[in-house]
Design a binder for this molecule. Structure first.
Ligand SMILES: Nc1nc2c(ncn2[C@@H]2O[C@H](COP(=O)(O)OP(=O)(O)OP(=O)(O)O)[C@@H](O)[C@H]2O)c(=O)[nH]1
Length: 498
């Protein structure tokens, strides 16, 4: 149809529309001057990071087995030749650098349905696997369902991500193993999971959407698995087994109560009289149950992201953390002269000739964050795995009669908030970045800071002008490398605020 393709407006104006004929129908197209009305482009940071996600997963249904018999002139009753149904598709989580959070995930996901078996002993197609990409550092809690029983063999892992005894099946494809093993395994895994589950409080409602989990909080098994390496995969819901086709069903039932019914079935064709009707119905049910494919397993998982970074930058809002991350790495976080510019952690890579490390810029923390003041301290879990903490303080805060918190008080508040979030969180190698050294009066502040805070190195930096950044990089490398003194950690008792 005309006007179906984008045509520049200036051509459109000179274009004379043909007179409408009764047989013509035109699509209604509205053109607007794009320079006048620009679409609102939301900055990346305005979208809150989706770092918790509830996922309902179900494996695909297995295909049904086929009942068919191949008849020949020599054998008028025929031989069974129905193939088995295919296995349903699995739902798999794959760990990748390509995604940043869980915003691309669908909450309900189902593995592909398998094909049915057909005659000539042809097995049904396997259901399509659904692979969901999750960011590196994804932690899995299970709210409902079995702990998945298999870790894919090709996953390039050093560590078994389920880290639970008895979760690997020797040959999960083996039908003999399947039913027996699953029962035993489910039992042992459940016991192990219960033992290993971390009994921790969910914290404030802001930290966890309690209404979603009401009444089920007790059942959640925490930290059952972690995805920490690129390409690592785990199956969270397995596809159902395919039903047995007539070929396998005949073999399977030999020696069982089905055998009788199979033989009887043959006899039935010859003498169709002396079989009790009720019993026959039962047998038919049994036969159809082995013929139909089973449903896939179901699981309700809570995915939680804990970024993996070597260094965590913690500080009050406006201390200059994002500016510093930009100076240390090629990351381009949003910088603003107002508090809480950073709404989600930003990651940057700091490269050396022979070494590289990841630095996470954590949104600003304020006193009382553990009571949900400011942005709360929910995002602090992103530094739970960092090796080194870099406390960024604003040397100019409170100078020139302006309101503000002194650097030593900032440090004290930060350490306390970390400890409120998780006991011992501040107990790791640390250093202090004394930022905004270019401001008036900052030098004296630095001297006082050095007098008041002991036990850790202090690096004076001007993040905007990238002064002192090279020395800071060396200091961070020393700590991340493990060459730092074990005593280099910031302790409350070493901060004098009076
Ligand atoms: N004078 C001076 N200003 C700086 C320096 N570093 C950062 N700033 C300014 O401080 C303000 C806050 O910087 P950010 O990097 O956004 O601070 P932040 O700690 O990430 O802030 P939040 O996102 O609120 O946590 C900006 O206006 C920066 O330009 C510095 O070394 N000297």
């Amino acid at each position: 149809m005309w006007l179906s393709r984008a045509v520049p407006v200036r051509y459109l104006r000179s274009y004379r529309r043909p007179q409408k004929q009764p047989w013509m129908t035109y699509p209604v197209v509205f053109y607007s001057d794009s320079s006048e009305k620009k679409g609102k482009v939301a900055p990346l940071q305005e979208t809150r990071m989706r770092d918790r996600f509830t996922l309902y997963a179900r494996g695909g249904e297995g295909g049904s087995g086929c009942s068919s018999a191949r008849k020949t002139r020599a054998d008028r009753y025929g031989k069974p030749d129905g193939g088995n149904g295919g296995r349903g598709g699995d739902v798999i989580l794959e760990c990748t650098h390509a995604v940043w959070d869980f915003s691309g995930l669908q909450p309900h996901i189902k593995g592909g349905k398998a094909g049915h078996g057909t005659s000539k002993n042809r097995i049904g197609n396997r259901g399509e696997d659904k692979v969901l990409q999750v960011p590196i550092g994804t932690v899995i809690h299970i709210q409902e369902g079995e702990i998945p029983s298999q870790v894919e063999n090709e996953s390039p892992k050093d560590l078994d991500p389920w880290e639970l005894p008895g979760t690997l099946v020797e040959d999960p494809a083996s039908e003999d193993n399947h039913n027996i093993d699953q029962d035993i395994m489910a039992e042992s895994v459940q016991v192990a999971a219960e033992k290993e589950s971390v009994t921790r409080h969910l914290g404030t409602p802001k930290e966890f959407d309690l209404e979603d989990y009401e009444g089920e909080i007790d059942q959640i098994r925490y930290n059952v698995a972690e995805l920490t390496q690129q390409g690592q995969r785990i199956i969270i819901a397995r596809g159902g087994q395919g039903g047995l086709g007539s070929v396998c069903a005949t073999r399977y039932v030999r020696g069982t109560k089905f055998a009788k019914s199979t033989i009887r079935q043959r006899n039935l064709r010859i003498i169709e009289d002396d079989v009790d009707d009720d019993e026959d119905d039962d047998d038919n049910d049994d036969r159809s149950s082995i013929k139909s494919g089973s449903l896939g397993s179901e699981a309700v998982l809570i995915l939680e992201l804990k970024s993996i970074a070597d260094v965590g930058l913690v500080g009050m809002p406006n201390a200059g953390k994002s500016t510093l991350l930009g100076a240390l790495s090629r990351a381009k976080p949003r910088v603003g002269h107002y508090a809480f510019t950073t709404l989600r952690p930003n990651l940057g890579n700091v490269n050396y000739d022979d070494f590289s490390m990841t630095v996470a810029d954590i949104p600003g923390l304020i006193k009382g964050a553990h009571q949900n003041r400011g942005l709360g301290h929910n995002f602090l879990r992103h530094i739970e795995r960092t090796k080194v903490l870099a406390y960024v303080v604003d040397l100019a805060s409170g100078l020139d009669g302006c309101r503000g918190v002194t650097p030593w008080q900032q440090l004290r508040d930060l350490v306390m908030e970390l400890e409120y979030h998780e006991e011992g969180l501040s107990d790791r190698s640390s250093l202090i970045v004394a930022n905004k050294i270019d401001e008036n009066g900052a030098d004296e502040r630095l001297e006082e800071l050095e007098r008041r805070v002991k036990g850790v190195k202090i690096y004076p930096v001007c993040a905007v002008l990238e002064e002192g950044v090279a020395e800071l990089k060396d200091g961070l490398k020393m700590l991340v490398d493990g060459a730092g003194e074990p005593s280099e950690r910031l302790k409350l008792k070493n901060i004098c605020v009076d």
